[in-house]
Ligand binder design. Sequence first.
Ligand code: ADP
Length: 485
Amino acid sequence: MKVLFISPEAVPFAKTGGLADVAGSLPLALKRLGVEVYLVLPFYRMVGESNLEHRLIPKELAVPFGDGALTARVWESMTEAEVSVYLIEREDMYDRPTIYGNSRGDYYDNFERFTFFARAALSMAEMLSIKPDLIHCHDWQTGLVPAMLKGTLRDKRTLGDPLTVFTIHNIGYQGIFPAEKLRLTGLSREEFFHSEGLEYYGNISLLKAGIVYSDAVTTVSPTYAREIQTPEYGMGMEGILRYRRESLHGILNGVDYRLWDPARDPHIAAQYSPGNRGGKQVCKESLIRETNLDPALIKRPLLGMISRLDAQKGLDLLLKVLEDILALNVGLVILGSGDEKIQQSIQEATERHPGCVKVTVGFDEPLAHRIMAGSDILLIPSRYEPCGLTQMYALKYATVPVVRATGGLDDTIVPFDNETGEGNGFKFEVYETKAFLDTVGKAVDLFQDAKAWERLMANGMREDFSWERSAKQFRTLYELLTAKH
Ligand code: ADP
């Protein structure tokens, strides 16, 4: 089985979020299961600036674009795990400081950049005679690939006859652009621009193109797969997703335990494991010192939060109950980056409580690891959460997650039951301050019961969300599709 991954981001080449972790780790897990995987990405400036090795393929790529064609160069690289990676280079499109835009907003030509990328990825597969059995696309940036394969490239035998899988990592990003731009794609208006095609309230939606024209759609957790078929979570795409529900699959993301395991984490003050948990207390003391919090907190619960600062993540809920949470006599450490307004309000609210709260604004990978290891409780009160990775990391670090029951958070966290000793965290249903505060209160109460808390931490550390399980589900899906084909 030969699979071509087309993704706008993948670790270690380019990352803005969880998608990059998935596109970086899943190919390796699939390779271990015997799937032959190729990955294609744009050649962003950060790729050139990295010390990742790459070599130029000495043949220029001609890519149909609008009424004409544009050229691109293709570089070949390889991940540590020897997955072949192809990088599409066009300086005017991808040689920029960031991937999608700057603090003033998205780049004005993102439609052109990702239409070109989609078409170039297919031209590259032809040029290199890859002939994949299946093409796996990720998010709106690649949504045109399945459409192109159903349109202009329908009879192109040079590509083989690949099936397509389209993965939705977050339905909130829909790739919406003006209808006039359709001519750049080579797709005919009659065939594609209608309500059952890629038209979306008079515009083009590239996310919708991916949903409509792929052979199967996946998203990153079983619960999110159900949620996005409802008006509350579907963000306008619920109708088309319900229409495609037979082909929609929720497959939970995995954790890369090479990077997130307290037994071998180089960023934390002391390493620890299920059999030897002593290092966790050292990590907590070290975090309290580093953040200048009150040393008395060593015996009290220390709450952590590591999050993009986005309305999705439930920070409004946290701000509303901040005083009440602190009244529980706990400490709070927050690491976040993103929305400037949210950032400001958190900073203002927390300035009033030095010694109890520490907020760090920015993207800081090592600090994220230190908070993960040093906190007792991790707060994830998301409004919606397609999968969520931090709750799965927290379990491994014996940090107890308090989550809202939505998406992947609901699929991975089981409330602790002190009678049976089963469960791995705490969760609340409705997106309301009282429910959140009550649940934090329960966690703080249980913290006083050392024996129960030990059990809860041990339950979490035993969980296994490694990629292997998810990769097996993807392989089964690929096999089912190709068998039907
Ligand atoms: P999302 O993809 O919606 O941001 P996930 O929970 O799936 O949420 O993934 C978030 C990832 O980004 C985790 O690896 C988390 O540790 C990391 N992260 C989020 N904010 C920061 C930050 N400010 N600094 C460092 N890492 C962060």
